[in-house]
Design a binder for this molecule. Structure first.
Ligand code: GDP
Ligand code: MG
Length: 139
């Protein structure tokens, strides 16, 4: 059963802008429990692999450049209905379209530099979580 877990990254823009603490506070207040977390930086190869699903999109090069330009916080979160509830908490991909109070509305810069990642399915949550964490790093 993976339905109670999702995977997130606080992206380089939000780290640069000093929003790590505020974003973690929103995540905790919304009832998510952090079961794994690390401060790290993606290599070009990591970002290309993580976002492989987008490799034909016109913004792929920009996305890889953005995601590798500075450190990120990667985390696995636990809560009932984690994937769907976390997507609701972060808001639309484009912060201009994100609902009031969502993490992207509050902290994102634009559609590219949008502060946080959230898995879009239970299957991807499991794949993305294992991309960053071994079993021994999940508590
Ligand atoms: P998400 O699931 O809401 O993160 O959105 P997508 O899966 O569609 O896109 C993945 C990531 O690519 C987004 O979170 C953005 O960081 C980036 N992205 C999406 N659309 C664009 C775009 O039009 N231009 C650029 N430069 N980046 C984009
Ligand atoms: Mg996506």
């Amino acid at each position: 059963m993976t339905t109670n877990r999702t995977f997130t990254m606080i992206k380089p823009d939000a780290v640069e802008n000093g929003h790590i603490g505020a974003i973690l506070e929103k995540i905790s207040s919304a009832g998510f429990k952090i079961v794994a977390m690390k401060y790290t930086q993606l290599s070009t190869r990591d970002a290309q692999e993580f976002y492989a699903i987008h490799k034909e999109r016109p913004f792929f090069g920009e996305l890889v450049e953005f995601m590798t330009r500075g450190p990120i916080v990667a985390a696995i979160l636990e809560k009932d209905n984690a994937v769907e509830d976390f997507r609701a908490l972060i808001g639309a991909t484009n912060p201009a379209e994100a609902a009031e109070g969502t993490i992207r509305k509050l902290f994102a810069t634009d559609i590219a530099e949008n502060a946080v990642h959230g898995s879009d399915s239970d299957e991807n949550a499991a794949i993305e979580g294992s991309f960053h964490f071994s079993g021994r790093e999940i508590y």
